[in-house]
Ligand binder design. Structure first.
Ligand code: MG
Length: 524
């Protein structure tokens, strides 16, 4: 790996990568053509489950959900106990993974609209540099098979942001409600203060989540490719959600077989186990853990199939595999949602259960097998991957390079962790200590929002479930974290929330409709 790092320039295209390789070989007289594992940069595979809780894998303590494939990666790689995402909900979490920047810095968050919804006029800005772009510009084939959730306008799609090819749902699998108001209509109901109708919609759709039927959800599956002429996009809608995991797996295996001459970047953001839960016939009743268990076990089988495809292609020893999740379990979904294990609360919150995710790194012969309790973040994957590839990544402002810990050369450089909900800093971790300034349950769930007059302090190693506030006993720790927060804020300009940008247009339409309804012309 160190060999090619010396002559690998930044941002070269796939064709020029080959020219550089040939030039380097002839200049040095060192024929590396046959020894791909030392001459080819590592392949990168990132599995990103949706709403999978900290306690939902066998290797993270679930007694009934069986995940032998992921557990094998964990046993032969690094199982990270203290790995986080940048936000407790989908879109900002995904934005941070792909850009290496905090959502509050990039603007990829909302204070009112928490994630992107269908017919989004904006989406991931062109000014952002994604991990896929950085790798593609370094000569990688880039494939993505799964959920995007960073805007569904054509210019926002993955193929416009560095992926050569993509098959997947552009947002969450529950966002095309059949027979219900769409997102903008729901916002209008809320703006008009029509509480009774809103409650009726939520009650009806809640029942549909609890007993998922194909006809109640009409998610689109997009097939998108970057071509020499531009882009080619095709939509299949409604798609059969029972086949989402299987089809993503098949597409990934095909991509690996086509790309094995390497290097390749495979991004697998599964649409599951986000509700409504769907699995293929082969996994119905597969798990002791009910429908949720079935769905997770199908994801595990997918990870196994993709691992086997990499091995069959002969490149397993030159491939970094990462498995993690985009946020904690959606507790509102009760038995259809997962669990955060011993961690407190879940998705949507800045308690540990919302943002600490089950994470595994695997690279046989390179990542030193052990259980790691250093702090890491999905935001760090950008710099970590680029360091392993050997390319500088100056745009990834908030990403720290975890490669020293992965390679067994040192500690994780991340010793602090900010916890944002929307654009507001709710909590901050330094070392084993975590301090909450604001605590709040997920949408519709307790506890109610509380701005703490004296921040609450927990020692996460002695008290991982955040049960015992010890702020009064450790005033010096409280002061130290407050100083760390001041330094964090000083290094950050909070961008306006991009997800909320469409609110103004919806509000204007509500006003126009109200004006029409009360105008004299209406009486005629
Ligand atoms: Mg999610």
């Amino acid at each position: 790996m160190g060999e090619w790092r010396r002559w690998m320039p930044r941002r070269i295209g796939q064709a020029s990568w080959l020219l550089v390789l040939l030039a380097a070989m002839s200049a040095s007289g060192d024929n590396r053509a046959g020894s791909t594992s030392s001459a080819t940069p590592p392949n990168i595979v990132i599995f990103f489950a949706d709403d999978l809780g900290y306690g939902d894998l066998g290797s993270f303590g679930h007694p009934y959900i069986r995940t032998p494939n992921i557990d094998t990666l964990a046993a032969n790689g690094q199982r990270w106990t203290d790995f986080y995402v940048a936000a407790p909900v989908c879109s900002p979490s995904r934005a941070a993974l792909l850009t290496g920047r905090l959502p509050v810095r990039s603007g990829l968050y909302g204070n009112t609209i928490r994630v992107y919804f269908p017919d989004e006029p904006g989406g991931l800005p062109q000014s952002e540099v994604t991990l896929a772009e950085a790798l593609r510009d370094s000569g990688y084939a880039t494939g993505m098979f799964g959920k995007w959730h960073l805007g569904d306008a054509p210019r926002a799609l993955p193929t416009r942001h560095g992926f050569d090819e993509w098959i997947g749902v552009p947002y969450s699998n529950d966002m095309n409600w059949v027979g219900e108001p769409d997102f903008e209509d729901l916002v209008k109901l809320s703006m008009r203060g029509n509480a009774a109708e809103q409650a009726a919609v939520y009650a009806r759709s809640g029942a549909k989540y609890a007993n998922p039927k194909a006809e109640d959800f009409a998610a689109p599956l997009l097939f998108s490719q970057a071509t020499d002429e531009g882009f080619s996009d095709r939509v299949e809608q409604p798609t059969d959600q029972t086949l989402l995991t299987q089809r993503a797996t098949d597409a990934a295996v095909d991509f690996i077989q086509r790309s094995a001459s390497g290097p390749f970047f495979l991004y697998m953001p599964y649409s599951m186990p986000h509700t409504p839960l769907f699995r293929s016939d082969a996994f119905a009743g597969h798990s002791l853990g009910g429908r949720y268990g079935d769905v997770v076990e199908e994801i595990d089988a997918s990870v196994g199939a993709i691992h086997d495809a990499i091995e069959a292609a002969g490149v397993l020893d030159n491939t970094l595999i990462v498995f993690t999740s985009d946020n904690g379990p959606w507790l509102f979904m009760r038995e259809e949602g997962g669990v955060a294990g011993l961690l407190r609360n879940g998705k949507g919150t800045t308690f540990e259960g919302g943002v600490r995710v089950p994470t595994v790194f695997y690279w046989p012969g390179t990542v030193k097998p052990e259980v790691v309790s250093d702090i890491g973040s999905a935001t760090d994957l950008f710099s970590t991957v680029m360091a392993l590839v050997g390319v500088d990544a100056p745009s990834a402002t908030d990403a720290l390079d975890l490669s020293p810990r992965l390679l067994g050369d040192g500690a994780s450089p991340r010793t602090e962790m900010p916890y944002y909900r929307g654009g507001t800093l709710y909590a901050y971790r330094k070392g084993p200590w975590k301090m909450h300034f604001i605590t709040e349950g997920a949408y519709g769930l307790p506890p109610e929002r509380l701005q703490h007059e004296v921040p609450a302090l927990y020692h996460l190693r002695r008290d991982p479930a955040e049960r015992f506030d010890v702020a009064a006993q450790y005033p010096e720790v409280v002061a130290d974290i407050q100083a760390a927060v001041t330094a964090h804020r000083a290094g950050l300009t909070i961008a306006p929330p991009l997800f909320d940008a469409r609110l103004a247009a919806i509000a204007a339409e509500v006003q126009r409709q109200a004006a029409r309804a009360t105008s004299p012309a209406n009486d005629q």
